[in-house]
Design a protein around this ligand. Structure first.
Ligand code: ARG
Ligand code: ZN
Length: 881
């Protein structure tokens, strides 16, 4: 029997709540198994709702202990109560108070939504619908209230008690208990509620806002790990300053607290004044964290902090508007990282993520608009589309309007909608107003799913000395959207001559180097052009589209050498490689391919000679081939992941051999003297040295195995140690004995470091070798593995399903069966993480028929289980439909 996924919620059915809650007074007495929650709600009818409507509060697995209305115990005939709802048939027509007592068991809460315990620390996660697991409530973001929270606990168990807002009182109680009271003056939806109780260490810093408010910043971590929180604290201070300087946004409470916990479903959460983080995005030391980990910490600390304005002060009317806060806040954190680091490198990395995660999602059965119209389980919509494509829409808006009008639009948004729960329409209206532009057509980006394809063809007329670019756009159909309309696509472009000079020819319709494609096709004509130029199109990746350009390898290699736009310099190299890889994977490799490979290697060689030393981080990206998932997308149907893998390995080895002497030189570029520092410049040098190491290992260069072992043994930081280990694990040229020695050493060296053991798990589950699945089965028995910890699950099982295409998509279907088994097992404990793992199947339809049939069978086996969670039922049904 097939579990039905929950009822669909539709955007068009949105209605304001019949009741509002203005104040919430919570009294929460923490206990491992019986936490008592007393909630006093100040409720009034909503003038915009239906007068006299029954009051229905949301609940989830709740048990009611007591209920009083205006202080009087409510007669049992006056209400009905179930674990998932509490209904009062005839509430008063005027304002009233409702006092609700519930008892919850945080230790038994394995879903990690609502109040739960992580390593003995009490913590909460309420977005999207977790508050209803704490008390009955109008658990929807357009019901905003001010909260006071009194928290009580055994002092020994939880000496630290934290809530939203500012601390207002604390004291001792009989029996070894104590309490703290927190007051949050800013109205907020329930999803931003949080509390923490535990025995935690902290690092603190004082911050003064531009306007003169003194703020005490603190990061709480597992006792003894305070040293590892300094980088996050520093990133927080820089984020606060940046939001003042760039967006004019100041912080608005006396304290800002961050707590790191080990068990967390997602990355982090922006609860008002009390962010709660997956500890992997807080804790860092040179010995345990890589440069990439430091960069992620910086970005996520910024992201959650920026939510204070884009998300908290201005929140979402309903969950369809999720991109209103997430897309905008991702855009803001990307801008922050670009200002703090290298803009070009940040952009390339953002686009790589977008293509790997969002383009894949958009091309599969789970494709949905940035603003969906319908959902069954909202937790399944915290997607790359809502986040990453949502950020791309904001970036396009900025390109279309220009920096000044965009800034005015943001200011107007903050001024108009502060303290509101609002919509995408209201957001866009601010930019229409600020710019005088009609954004109706642009808004289609929020509604239409699928990645547009833009085809550009070029025509040179030497008689007329005219150069013309013809553009055509189309968007493939997606589930529920069979036909598509043309979008407004900003295409930044320029012309380069064959010697690499920039041509500043103007064309009517090109303004500030941006052409705006609004129709299904259009053209751009350049006059007085003396010779056929090389077009550089979609500079900076100005729109989230797939571009096809009729440019041959010679033209692309000209761009690699000379384009003034760094993104397109990189992209041109990627395009040559993609062309070679798709041909080889389709078994169309030939002599022309060999010539093209040599030409690519030469272009990369001269690029390295000219620029590697100036911009090592960029050079490292130039040396990275497109991932296998991108080649699969390019091929599009009847995909054979083994053929793609073989093609990519072969091309990489050829390039490595051709560049070997230069790679040896790159290995010698010095990192700035002094102790390890995670700054972008030092990280860039390490990235380049380490990709050179990896390529030389793959090319089996003389002496390189010894160099790898030495780098591993002598590294004073995780970046270099892990890079050596990664090369050892993924390179067939490395002897088994060495690989085993290093893996064992790594395990022993970091035995009591769960976040490092995650790297060890992920490395082994990512090996493109036939025995990987068997190795994973064994690693699941490892004492360090626990199915209860989301980070462990993502490291061992998630990395396999998401980042190991040849083994997950094994021809015999064993990878699919394994994942199906794991999803079924995990679903009983943690549906959210189980549903997320299951999304690894989203490319099953483009596999060749044999794999497709095996994937379908595994999916159907999941779908036919009794008692699936709504989360997994929703994903499996959409994936199969
Ligand atoms: N708002 C959080 C962020 O973007 C994500 C929380 C999602 N949580 C969830 N259970 N769906 O940083
Ligand atoms: Zn967010």
């Amino acid at each position: 029997m097939r579990t039905e996924s929950p009822r669909a919620i539709r955007l068009e059915e949105y209605r304001p709540s019949d009741y509002l809650i203005d104040r919430v007074d919570l009294d929460i007495s923490l206990d491992a198994h019986a936490t008592k929650v007393r909630a006093m709600l100040a409720i009034r009818p909503n003038p915009e709702g239906t007068p006299g409507a029954p009051l229905t509060l949301d609940g989830d697995e709740l048990a009611l202990e007591a209920l009083a209305l205006n202080g009087e115990t409510l007669a049992e005939t006056a209400y009905t109560c179930q674990p998932d709802r509490l209904t009062i048939a005839n509430p008063p027509r005027d304002a009233f108070s409702l006092t609700i007592e519930t008892v919850i068991d945080p230790t038994a809460n394995t879903k990690l939504m609502g109040l739960y315990r992580s390593n003995g620390v009490y913590c909460t996660q309420c977005e999207a619908e977790g508050f209803r697991r704490i008390t009955y409530f109008l658990d929807r973001p357009d019901v905003m209230a001010v909260y006071t929270t009194r928290i009580e606990a055994a002092r020994e168990e939880a000496p630290i008690l934290l809530g939203n807002g500012n601390p207002v009182a604390a004291g001792d109680l009989p029996g070894g208990r104590h309490f703290a009271v927190w007051d949050d003056p800013h109205p907020k939806p329930s999803y931003l509620f949080a509390l923490v109780g535990g025995d935690l260490g902290s690092v603190t810093r004082d911050f003064v806002t531009k306007g003169g408010r003194a703020v005490r910043l603190a990061i709480y971590v597992e006792s003894g790990k305070q040293e590892r929180a300094h980088y996050a604290l520093d990133a927080l201070e820089r984020s606060m300053r940046w939001d003042e300087d760039v967006f004019g946004r100041e912080y608005d409470l006396d304290v800002f607290n961050i707590v790191a916990v080990s068990d967390f479903n997602m990355g982090a959460m922006e609860n008002k004044g009390l962010n709660i983080f997956n500890d992997k995005y807080v804790l860092a030391s040179p010995e345990t964290a890589t440069d990439a980990d430091y960069a992620h910490i910086e970005a996520i600390i910024a992201h959650e902090y920026f939510h204070n304005w884009t998300g908290n002060r201005i929140t979402c009317r309903d969950w369809f508007q999720l991109c209103l806060k997430e897309g905008l806040t991702v855009f803001r954190d990307q801008e922050f990282s670009s200002d703090e680091r290298s803009r070009a490198v940040e952009r390339i990395n953002a686009v790589r993520t977008l293509r790997a995660r969002q383009f894949t999602e958009d091309a599969g059965p789970l494709a949905h608009p940035v603003r969906p119209r319908e959902y069954r389980e909202i937790n399944n919509f915290y997607t790359a589309t809502v986040y990453e494509k949502g950020a791309e829409i904001i970036r396009m808006l900025k390109i279309l309007l220009g920096d000044d009008a965009f800034a005015c639009g943001m200011d107007l948004y903050f001024a108009r909608h502060d303290n509101e729960a609002t919509t995408v329409e209201a957001f866009l209206a601010c930019f229409a107003r600020a710019s005088g532009q009609d954004l109706t057509h642009f808004a289609l980006w929020y509604e239409q799913a699928g990645t547009p394809r833009v085809v550009v063809s070029s025509h040179y007329d030497s008689d007329k000395r005219q150069y013309r670019l013809d553009f055509a756009q189309s968007t493939p159909s997606t589930p529920g959207q069979p036909t598509k309309d043309p979008l407004v696509i900003p295409i930044a472009l320029g012309l380069v001559d064959h010697d690499g000079g920039a041509l500043d020819h103007r064309a009517e319709g090109l303004s500030d180097g941006v052409f705006v494609l609004r129709h299904s096709s259009d053209s751009l004509i350049f006059r007085d052009v003396d010779a056929r130029p090389v077009p550089s199109v979609l500079r900076g990746f100005s729109a989230p589209v797939r571009l096809s350009l009729d440019l041959d390898d010679t033209g692309l290699l000209t761009l690699v050498r000379h384009d003034s736009d760094a993104f397109n310099r990189w992209q041109a190299g990627q395009n040559v490689a993609t062309r070679l890889l798709t041909r080889a994977a389709r078994d169309e490799g030939d002599a022309a391919g060999e010539t093209a490979t040599q030409a690519l290697a030469e272009a990369l060689g001269s690029f390295l000679d000219a620029q590697a030393a100036q911009d090592p981080a960029f050079a490292a990206l130039m040396l990275t081939l497109p991932p296998e998932s991108e080649i699969a997308q390019e091929i599009g149907k009847d995909v054979d992941p083994d053929a793609i893998h073989r093609a990519r390995e072969a091309l990489r080895d050829t390039i490595a051999r051709a560049l070997a002497p230069r790679l040896e030189a790159l290995r010698a570029i010095p990192v700035a003297a002094g102790p390890y520092s995670p700054d972008a410049a030092s990280a860039g040098v390490r990235a380049l040295r380490n990709i050179a190491l990896d390529l030389l290992v793959k090319a089996d260069a003389a002496g390189i195995i010894e160099a790898l072992a030495a780098q591993y043994d002598n590294a004073d930081n995780m970046t270099d140690r892990l890079a050596a280990l990664t090369s050892a694990v993924h390179s067939p040229t490395v002897p088994d004995a060495l690989r085993q020695r290093l893996l064992t050493d790594f395990r022993n060296r970091f035995d009591d470091e769960p976040l490092v053991i995650d790297k060890w798990f992920a490395l082994q589950s990512g090996r493109a070798e036939p025995d990987t699945l068997a190795a994973i089965a064994e690693l699941m028995q490892d004492t360090a593995f626990s199915i209860n910890n989301p980070n462990r699950v993502r490291a061992l099982i998630g990395a396999f399903a998401m980042n190991n295409p040849t083994q997950f998509h094994r021809a015999d279907g064993a990878g699919y069966d394994f994942l199906a088994d794991q999803v079924i097992a995990l679903d009983a404990r943690n549906p959210q993480v189980a549903a997320r793992l299951l999304t690894a199947f989203n490319s099953w339809r483009m596999m060749e028929p044999g794999r497709r049939a095996k994937a379908q069978a595994a999916l159907e086996r999941v779908a036919s289980r009794d008692g699936l969670s709504g989360d997994v039922a929703d994903i499996v049904q959409r994936t199969l439909d």
